[in-house]
Design a protein around this ligand. Structure first.
Ligand SMILES: *[C@@H]1O[C@H](CO)[C@@H](O)[C@H](O)[C@H]1NC(C)=O
Ligand SMILES: *[C@@H]1O[C@H](CO)[C@@H](O)[C@H](O)[C@H]1NC(C)=O
Ligand SMILES: *[C@@H]1O[C@H](CO)[C@@H](O)[C@H](O)[C@H]1NC(C)=O
Length: 292
């Protein structure tokens, strides 16, 4: 008998060690038309009033597969620092960054679904509303820009990798989750003011705080032309009223052949010479940008 009990206890302990924290699908109050799924990773040692980090996947991916990608180290960061990561999963193969639903505050698209996930995460995990952060690569980088434009009041800072300006993938026919060759190829160019107007039009009349933006791009990006880096910088410099030239630059930082350009406390660009699509996430540098 005793032997059997010991075996049972030992088995339970082993099972709980093996199970531990895991990416889990969570239902959330969602008033958007988009039925994007919400997945969450709560580390075993979550801190009180945890920061919430939204990690947005690329095309032909999902919350589950992105969270297993070795170049996307946010689960490990969560284990180490105790913040919670929210992993939205797109209803289409890419995020909808082309239709009016998604390109507008309250439009009902994927961006609104993700905003609902942020609200729910803050409520369910008693998250810190002053420490909500967004990151993503490629299509997730595009969505990061769109979220910053459509739901600025929910987000403190963004660190986005290899995306395009907010609104650059707009579909002339209003299509959902459409690819846009003009933008991806780097031919969608506009003045800083025109790009800034695109952001302002996504939430007309908004005059509150906006997230601090960190923009990464590789010079050898063959999927989303490097010109999209310059266009994104033009966009946010205009929104923040910064000059077009960086106020300070650091060569070979945070890595060799990367250059960091600071435009003001709300905008930093990091251009990776020789790096293709998509620039791997640098957990340390993104966490630093988030103040974690
Ligand atoms: C959707 O829900 C959010 C809160 O999660 C709320 O702020 C917003 O007003 C709602 N929108 C509509 C159209 O009901
Ligand atoms: C692609 O996006 C640009 C803006 O970046 C827009 O002017 C153009 O109409 C879009 N193309 C299509 C086919 O929707
Ligand atoms: C990431 O950035 C930090 C500085 O924030 C730097 O020290 C580190 O070398 C970078 N990581 C990699 C893998 O290059």
């Amino acid at each position: 008998m005793m032997f059997a009990t010991e075996l049972l206890v030992g088995g339970l302990l082993a099972a709980s060690t093996v199970l531990g924290a895991a990416l889990t699908r969570v239902e959330y109050p969602n008033n958007a038309t988009s039925k994007a799924q919400m997945w969450v990773y709560v580390p075993d040692k979550a801190v009180a009033n945890p920061p919430i980090i939204v990690v947005i996947h690329s095309c032909q991916s999902s919350a589950e597969s992105y969270s297993r990608n070795s170049k996307i180290p946010w689960k490990q960061g969560s284990d180490k620092k105790g913040y919670i990561t929210v992993w939205p999963s797109a209803p289409n193969s890419c995020w909808d960054v082309s239709s009016p639903r998604s390109l507008k505050n309250g439009g009902g698209g994927d961006s609104q679904a993700i905003s609902n996930m942020i609200v729910h995460a803050l409520d369910k995990y008693k998250g810190d509303p002053a420490r909500v952060f967004v990151t993503g690569g490629s299509s997730g980088g595009m969505m990061s820009n769109v979220l910053a434009a459509t739901y600025p009041y929910l987000i403190s800072a963004v660190s986005l990798y290899s995306g395009v300006p907010a609104g650059c993938f707009v579909s002339s026919s209003g299509g959902v989750a459409q690819w846009n060759n003009s933008c991806s190829g780097g031919s969608s160019r506009a003045t800083p003011e025109a790009w800034g107007n695109v952001v302002r039009a996504m939430y007309p009349g908004y005059a509150g705080a906006r997230p601090r933006m960190q923009v990464w791009h590789g010079s050898a990006d063959g999927t989303l032309a490097p010109q999209n880096y310059q266009e994104t910088i033009k966009q946010w410099t205009n929104v923040f009223g910064y000059p077009q030239t960086a106020v300070s630059s650091v060569k070979n930082f945070p890595e060799r052949n990367y250059q960091t350009d600071n435009y003001g406390d709300h905008l930093q660009g990091i251009y990776a010479t020789g790096v293709g699509h998509s620039v791997p996430s640098n957990l340390t540098a993104s966490e630093q940008w988030f103040g974690l």
